[in-house]
Structure formats: C-alpha cells, structure tokens
Design a protein around this ligand. Structure first.
Ligand code: GLC
Ligand code: GLC
Length: 813
C-alpha cells in the first residue's frame, strides 16, 4: 500500500493523505539554518546545532505524534469554522490534501470549505531564515472573509535545558514587537548576542507572543482560543512560554488568490552592538531590518526559490544515470544523493528518531557520510575533514563525537572506540580521489583543538594507523576498546547498572577483546594510505604500512576465519564471537563485508564462501540481518547488542548500513546479480509499495528494518540520518554501476545484473564531463573500454585536460 507517489520530473515525493504511518519528514536548509518539517507541517528549526541553538519547540514524546510546528490556521468569518491547511494540529476532515516534499523545500496544500491554501516552506541559500509562502485561494462562488493566523512556539535556545529547566526558564522569556515583527530575545540581555524573528508580509489585525493568551487556559494547539474567537490579545511574553502568532484578515472575491509571506529567522549582532540605543535593552535591528524587508517581497522569494532549485540541479548533475530500472534511477539521480547531503549536514542530530539533544557529530559517522557527497561539494568536504581531524587526539585516537557549534570533542563520550581513527583515512582517500587536491595533506591541523600541536593532515593519517598497531591483542588483532563500528558490541563493559551507558562505562579493561572487523578496516585503510604515501614519494612509509597491513591480513587468516565465514571478535575471555561454536550470534555481517572490501579471502576461496554463508544465513526479503541467531537474553560480557529484543537494532535487526558492504563485496567477487538483488531489497523506492509494512518514508533509507526474529519483520525505523545513505550510494554508483574515482583517473568497471542490456551515465569529474555508455555483449563483467573512440588498456580513464567532454564506451562480455 502507498501513501503517495514519486514525481521524478519535479524531484518530489507527493504524499496524498496526511495520516501517514509516521510523520514523513523532510529537511529545510542546506548550510547553517536548518529545519525538519513533516508532511503535516510539524517540526522545528535551529541554527547550526539542533541542541544549542534551537529556535522553535517540538514535543517528541507527544500523543498524537508530531506536535509543534510551523502552523497556519484559517478561519471562515461566515461560519466561524477554523482549520489547519496542513491538517495538523486541528485535524479537520480536509476535502483535498497534498504534501510535496522536494529537495530542501516542502509544499503543503489542501482545500476545505471551498478555500484552497498552499504553503511553500524553504530556506534561501546563504540566509539564516526560513520562508513560508502561503497562497490562499477562494474557490467559492461568493466572496470569502477569512482570518489567517500563524503560530510557532519559541524554544529557549538550548533544547535540553528548554525541556527540563523550568524553574529558571519560565521566568526568562522576553520578546519585542516592532512593525509587526515578533522578536524573540530570551537571554539576549546577558550572554547571548543572537535572537530570532518572526515576520509577516501583511498588515496585522493583532498578534500574540504569550502562549496562554493565544491558546487559552487548558487549550491545545488544536483549538486556540484566539482563533476560535477571531481575537488576539496582543500579548507580550514576560517569562512563561513565548510564542509568535500573527493575525491577518483577508476578503477574497470568488476565484481570487492572495499570497502571504511569513519569515522565521535567526540573527546575530556583534557583542558591542547588541543594543540600540547602546545603553538600552532594545535589540539593535539595523542589520536585520534589510534582510526582513528583502524576503517579505515576493519577487525576492521567487528568485530565492528558483536559486535553490537551480542549486540542486547543479549538485545532482555531477552524476546522472539512466539504467533499465526506475528505482535505481530515482534513488541515484535524486533521493539517495539528497539524503547523503542531509546526513552530511546533520550527522545524527535531528530527526523523528534523534531528538536533537543527545548526539554531536560522530567521528566515524561523518567520515562515512562524506563518502556519499564529496563529489557534490568538495570544498565543504575539505572543511569537514579538517574539522574532524582537529578533534583527533595526539596518540591517533579520536573523540567519538564533537559538537558542531564548538567543533570540539565531546568529553562526556570521550574516546577509545578503536575503529574511529581509521575512518579518517577512508574519507581523506575519497576526497583525494575525487579532487586530486593533494595539498590538503600538508595543511597543518591541531590535535584536540590545541594551538601549538599542529601537524600536517598526512601525519594525522599515519597516527590513525599507529593507533591500531599500538593496541593489538593476544592474536595480533586490534583491541576493540569500548566498541567498534558496532556501538553495541561492548566487550569490556560488563554493565549491571540500569541506565548506565554501554558505550562509556568500562568496568573491565580486559586488554583481550579483539575485533576482526577493525582488522579488516585496518587493512582497507592501510592499503589506501600506502597508495597515498606512494603518491607522495614516501617509500619508507609505504613500506611499513604495507608490512603492517600484510601482518594484519595474516592475523585474520590465522585467527579470524571460522570455517565458513569470518569471525566477528574475541571477547574479554579470549572466546570467539560470531562462530559456529557459539550458541547464539554465530555469524555477523560486518566482518564479511569489511574483510572482503579489504580484499581478504579473495584468492583462497574464503570470500566466496563467506558470501554464500551471508546469503544462506542472513539474507531475508527485507534485507540482510546483522547477525544470527539473535541473542535471546542479556549477556553481561556482550553488552548492548544483547539488550535489544531479538530482531531489533544490532541484535539481529537488518542494520541497513552494513548491507552495501555486502553489495560491494559481491561486485568484487564478480556477482552483479547478487549485488543488485541486495540493493533492491533495501531500495526505498522499491519498498514504497509496502509502505504499510515499511512505515517510514519511501524516499530515504532507514537505519534499521526489523529482522526476521521480530514480530514486525520488515518495519523500518530511524529513517534519514544513517550511514546507510552514503554506503548505498557508494555501492550503487561506484561498484554496481562501477563509476569509480581513483587517484589517477575515473575507473569504469560495472558489475551490473546479467539481464541488463547496459546503461548510460553522465559524470563530472575533475573538471571534465564523461558521457558513459555501457553495453552488454555477454553475461560477464569483462570490460573493454574506448575513450573518444580509441580503445584503452585497463579500466581507468586517465585524467583529461580541464573542461573536456569525454565519450566512454564500455562493452561487458
Ligand atoms: C549507529 C551509529 C554508528 C554505529 C552504528 C552501529 O548508526 O551512529 O556510529 O556504527 O549505529 O552500531
Ligand atoms: C545506541 C544505538 C546504536 C548507537 C549507539 C551510540 O546504542 O542502538 O545504534 O550507535 O546508541 O549512540
């Protein structure tokens, strides 16, 4: 069953009923000002950091879900009836409803009582404000007399404090009103130099800024007293709950439309110019007024909207493909690329499943997110790499997370997730392959944000490898530390205390628990760094790195193979995890994917055997399960993984992030059919037709789909902010379609399904445009390439001089 449909031409998903199984959300903003918006206008906005600079309030734990948003109410003067054109919060029985989630904008429209209302929400490029442009049309045969109300609830900036510290917060709220603009300035009197504003393009009949005045005692957002009575109080919030609400009246002749613009923005003043006049407590509005008047002008709004759409076309045009499969085309050309940008921007901070208060930017997460969008915005990738590297610790270790606002490592979570540093090598390698910007390696980068500790980025990468080598266990395999990629495999935690963090508690530093996954990741990262060293002419580095990598490969070969698949780990007692000898958790997906991507087991039949085992034991129609059999009870020595009921999350859920590793491994092993089959099992667009089972948005990947041990097998959770986005994008574009940046040029090495006749693609790479035509002339993956009509050796097309058009023909046999 579907709740909408794709509109590929407009790059939109069109939701045709408001009561989707969960709020189906989208994101506004592309740079610094962001918002999350549901298909019923729920959600909230923030500047840079969902926790520390929250503009508007949202209630995650609410019933019904999704309360708090960018609401508009309409009231018909003749009947006194009022409604929300976005359905929520009044939930009237709308006569028609449509929500179009596009790339960084959302348009929600509906009709009720012969009045059509459509609101377009977006953030103009380069601005710290969001626009709601509401167009109201009278479809009746008689004139309509209407009231329009806007409504938002301000958050008092720090979202965590906002949700908990009432004894203080209920006394701090402050606003100002000037020319109909509502300014929210809580704490501006003291240490803040920023404020929010909420403006409206029309003359106001009234306004409210105190929640109780607007809603009335004991009333909810579904029935504001001011709307019911058509009468605002012009309230000024002093403490309690500052809100912003404008009241506009319209008389619309039959058939006529009127457009109203609302602006919600964030603005900062220099600390010494906060007030105007200087010794007052009044906000200095000199620099914000021109911004407000600019965007209350519909011409500027239209131009900004066009610019946003043009920007997305430009970004997506870096790769466009045309394959025989519409789901692939749609995901590659539009939605997966879009999701990659959103995950890059927001990491794991703000979604329907991430409350925007707990997590900063993950070290491993961001390095992986970057893999999916470095081709679209290399400059921002460069900046991100340097930010991440600056949080690295001198011994090569990494803070597990850092705060986007301060860009500093988060002490509360700390370090010792022993896979973390290695991901930096992979992101830098991807950046170099895409851009050829070798100079980045010489940029001086601090450790732990400490001036005076600068070392070239290249040195950071060396230390990442050395960090692993300095922490080897009894089998010569990497010690796992608090956890590796699988945050929930906590082999040194031994937690018996309810509520204790599995990731940060370490009740036993065994010095024994080892990870085969990190071993694979090490080999993969070492191979990259060896190539980078070679490129820099540093043969000494190249040598020790390859030596270390071979040594690690030998350790995996001797102690990391279980007979039919790679082992997962050794626990704190030196016993294997992910072995046929275990009662539960006999086979894990992660080491199969990672070891194969690192090239382990390719020449001794183990790779093929591991892939068979994955297929036979872990694959389901809804994707590949993380491990089997599920843990049926809590194991003190395994930690969080065994805390989840069977089939959920890391305990035998389909943890989607890992599936593309197997797809990539299948292409390396030569099976385009298998790879593509797995790709389709998770492809959100394929799953659209089972939306009643999948339940999350059909246009983006979710972190998890319930595994076969769960009663809700096939149900997705944790949509949007997941490494699944980047890795699926890499798997389909670079490995299945096989268009792969390398240090020396663009490689064309598809491993597509045997029943595809071929595909075409356009890829911009290092300033040149490649037009690629792949034709199948036999069932295999053997490739012959011609470049501008000339046959070439191998699969890598050398770098062209700038700005050239290059025609590539690849024949597969
Ligand atoms: C979450 C985390 C990620 C981790 C994964 C597996 O997605 O953000 O860092 O690797 O879970 O535990
Ligand atoms: C929880 C999640 C896991 C995540 C970890 C770190 O354990 O289940 O997926 O990676 O938290 O925040």
């Amino acid at each position: 069953m579907r709740y909408g449909r794709f509109d590929d031409t407009n790059r939109e998903y069109i939701i045709t009923r408001p009561d989707t199984p969960l709020p189906w959300v989208n994101y506004l903003g592309t740079e610094a000002f962001f918002g999350i918006i549901s298909n019923t206008a729920g959600g909230y906005s923030f500047y840079r950091d969902a926790r520390l600079r929250r503009l508007t309030r949202y209630r995650y734990n609410n019933v019904p879900m999704d309360v708090g948003g960018r609401y508009i109410y309409l009231r018909d003067a003749a009947s006194g009836e009022f409604w929300s054109p976005s359905w929520q919060p009044t939930r009237c029985n709308l006569e028609s409803y449509v929500c179009r989630h596009g790339l960084s904008y959302t348009i929600i429209g509906s009709t009720y009582l012969g009045i059509a209302a459509q609101t377009c929400y977006f953030v103009p490029l380069g601005e710290n404000l969001e626009i709601w442009q509401a167009t109201i049309t009278n479809l009746r045969e008689t004139a309509a007399s209407l009231s329009v109300f806007s409504a938002i609830e301000f958050a008092l900036w720090d979202a965590w404090d906002d949700a908990t510290n009432y004894q203080r917060n209920l006394s701090t709220g402050e606003v100002e009103i000037e020319d109909g603009v509502i300014y929210h300035k809580t704490e501006y009197r003291e240490r803040r130099d920023h404020f929010a504003y909420f403006a409206c393009s029309e003359p106001l009949v009234g306004f409210d800024t105190q929640r109780e005045a607007f809603l009335g005692p004991y009333a909810g957002w579904d029935r504001p007293q001011a709307v019911e009575r058509d009468q605002m109080s012009n309230s000024i919030a002093h403490g309690w709950f500052p809100i912003g609400s404008h009241h506009v009246r319209l008389v619309l002749p039959p058939g006529e439309s009127h457009s109203i613009i609302f602006l919600l923005g964030y603005h900062q003043n220099p600390p010494d110019q906060k007030f105007d006049p200087p010794h007052s407590q009044t906000i200095n509005k000199v620099t914000v007024r021109p911004i407000i008047s600019r965007y209350l002008d519909p011409h500027h709004v239209q131009a900004a909207f066009n610019a946003l759409r043009a920007r997305w076309s430009e970004l997506l045009n870096v790769i466009q493909v045309e394959t025989p499969d519409e789901h692939t085309n749609r995901m590659v050309n539009i939605w997966n690329a879009y999701q990659c940008m959103v995950t890059f921007n927001l990491s794991r901070s703000a979604s329907m499943f991430e409350a925007g208060v707990s997590r900063g930017i993950g070290f491993r997460d961001s390095n992986q997110d970057l893999l999916g969008c470095v081709h679209m915005m290399p400059e921002r990738a460069r900046e991100r790499i340097l930010d991440i590297a600056t949080t690295q610790i001198e011994d090569g270790g990494a803070y597990h997370q850092y705060q986007p606002l301060t860009k500093r490592g988060n002490d509360a979570i700390g370090s010792n997730f022993n896979d973390d540093p290695l991901w930096l090598v992979l992101s830098v390698a991807a950046y170099l392959k895409e851009t050829g910007d070798w100079a980045i390696l010489d940029v001086p980068v601090q450790f732990e944000n400490r001036p005076g500790t600068e070392a070239p980025l290249y040195e950071h990468l060396r230390r990442s490898l050395r960090y692993t080598l300095a922490r080897l266990g009894p089998h010569g395999l990497p010690l796992i530390g608090r956890a590796d990629w699988n945050d929930c495999l906590n082999l040194n935690t031994f937690s018996e205390e309810p509520g204790e963090s599995f990731q940060t508690a370490a009740n036993r530093e065994s010095g024994i628990a080892e990870s085969i996954f990190i071993a694979g990741l090490f080999v993969l990262a070492a191979k990259e760094l060896a190539q980078i060293a070679t490129h820099r002419g540093n043969s000494a580095d190249r040598e020790w790195i390859l030596e270390a990598s071979n040594e690690m490969a030998r350790a995996v070969a001797s102690y990391g193979w279980d007979g039919e698949w790679f082992l997962r780990a050794y626990d704190a007692f030196g016993e294997p995890i992910g072995s046929h000898r275990c009662e539960e958790g006999q086979i894990f997906i992660e080491p199969q994917g990672m070891c194969l991507m690192a090239g382990l087991g390719l020449d001794d039949g183990r790779a093929a055997q591991a892939l068979r085992s994955v297929h036979d034991r872990l694959a389901t129609p809804h994707g590949i399960i993380l491990q089997q059999p599920a843990y049926s009870r809590y194991y003190l020595h395994l930690g969080e993984i065994s805390s989840y009921p069977p089939g959920f999350k890391e305990n035998a859920g389909i943890f989607c992030h890992t599936n593309p590793w197997i797809m990539i491994a299948e292409t390396i092993a030569g099976s385009g059919d298998r790879a593509f089959d797995y790709y389709q099992r998770l492809n959100p667009s394929v799953r659209e037709s089972i939306s009643e089972i999948h339940r999350c948005e059909p246009y983006v990947y979710a972190q998890m789909v319930a595994g076969r041990d769960a009663p809700s097998h096939g149900e997705a959770k944790n949509s949007w902010l997941t490494g699944t986005a980047a890795w699926n994008y890499v798997a389909i574009t670079q490995w299945i379609l096989g268009i792969r940046p390398t240090y020396d040029g663009l490689e064309i090495a598809p491993a597509i399904p045997s029943n595809w006749a071929g595909f075409t693609a356009r890829r911009t790479f290092r300033g040149a445009t490649y037009r690629i035509v792949v034709v199948r002339d036999g069932p295999g993956n053997a490739i012959s390439l011609t470049v501008n009509g000339q046959p070439i050796e191998g699969t890598v097309v050398c770098l062209p001089p700038q700005n050239q058009e290059i025609e590539i023909k690849a024949v597969l046999r």
